[in-house]
Structure formats: structure tokens, C-alpha cells
Design a protein around this ligand. Sequence first.
Ligand code: DX5
Ligand code: ZN
Length: 231
Amino acid sequence: MTTSSYRIAPSILSADFARLGEEVRAVVAAGSDWIHFDVMDNHYVPNLTIGPLVCEAIRPHVDVPIDVHLMVKPVDRIVADFAKAGANIITFHPEASDHVDRTLALIREAGCKAGLVFNPATPLDMMDHVMDKLDLVLLMSVNPGFGGQKFIPQALAKLRLARARVDDYQRETGRQILVEIDGGVKTDNIAEIARAGADTFVAGSAIFGARDPDGGYRGVLKQLRAALEAA
Ligand code: DX5
Ligand code: ZN
């Protein structure tokens, strides 16, 4: 796989929220492909973050896709709000929806790309009967709720399984499904993660933690890309 087919999506969970517009502009200017937007409800996950209002507020600052990761339960009611707020991609955890197929359809009807998110212990089987409604699958390599956690190494074996499933599907149908990884992605493990089958990489603390020294956001994005190039 060439580097151009890899996407890097900074998670704004680790950004300076008092200067969010500036922060998203800075990471996009530094070469990010997407903005990853973590929505937590203090119910499905033990933390509370941001909603459609903030999505709408950052939308005019960037022209790259906004990748909304919903860690909320229930899911359906909030989908249209995010679509209106300018989201391009919406993913959710199958455990958080009583009707996964319906939720995927709702996201697509709202004009967004749709994806399922798999927690570290969630089996991939949930994707089997909804492949035609999936634009991406997101594998969690930490338990959702917080930035700055350590990458769970078992996620690598799971990535290989997910990659095999989407590759089989692509061979049969010609349609591509992206494989995204989220949690603990750093410059020193991104190559191994790419080799295991990810094509889209969320990185929060690794990117926003590089605020000034060592070349700032541009520097860390360059290092991530160089590692991918070598993968
Ligand atoms: C965790 C979030 C992640 C998180 C990633 O629940 O879904 O997107 O912000 O942060 P890092 O890259 O610091 O693990
Ligand atoms: Zn996320």
C-alpha cells in the first residue's frame, strides 16, 4: 500500500479546547487528512465531551472530512444533528444501538459515510450481515473514554482479521471499506499497525501533544508519514 492511500485523523480530544478553531486549522495545515471528533455522553462511556454545536463551530475552519466517533447511547436521535452540523463520516458502537442495520441506514440517508466501531473485546461478527451498508470499520485499540491510553497489542491480530474480511468483500463486490484504528497510535508503532492492515489512523495525544517543540504538528505528522512510508 502506498502512503497516499493512508489517512491520518488527529483526535481533537487532546486539542486545546479554548482555541479549537485555531487547533483544527493548524493540524490540517500541517497535513492531516481528516479531523476525528470524539463524542462521549457519560453514559455509554465514563466521560463527557462535545456535541453537534461544536462540530458546527469547527466546520467552517477546515475543508477536510470530519469523522464523528459516537460513544453515545442511544445513537439514532443524534445522527441527523451531526449530519446538519457538517459531519462527513459517522461511526457508532454496535452495543449502543438496538438496531444496528437501521442506524447504519439512517447515517447514510443523512448523507454521511457510515461505520461500526469495535471495542477491544467486541467480536467482528457484527459486521458480517451489514457489509453493504459499511463505508468503514473502526477498531478500538484502547477502551473508549479517554485519550492518552496505551495501545492494546491484541488489536494487531484483530486488525489482520478485519483486513481479511474487507479484502474478501472488496474482491467480491469491488467496493472498498476503510479500516481505521483508534487509540495509542504513536510514531513508534504506526508502521506495525499499518502492516497489520489499518489504512486510517486516529492519533490524539501523539499529535496534539507535539504542540511546540520538535517542529510541532508538522513535525509529528511528517514522522508518522515517514513511518508509514517505511511500513
Ligand atoms: C478514545 C477516543 C480516541 C482518543 C485517541 O475513546 O476514541 O479517539 O482520543 O487518543 P490517543 O491517540 O491519545 O490514544
Ligand atoms: Zn475516537
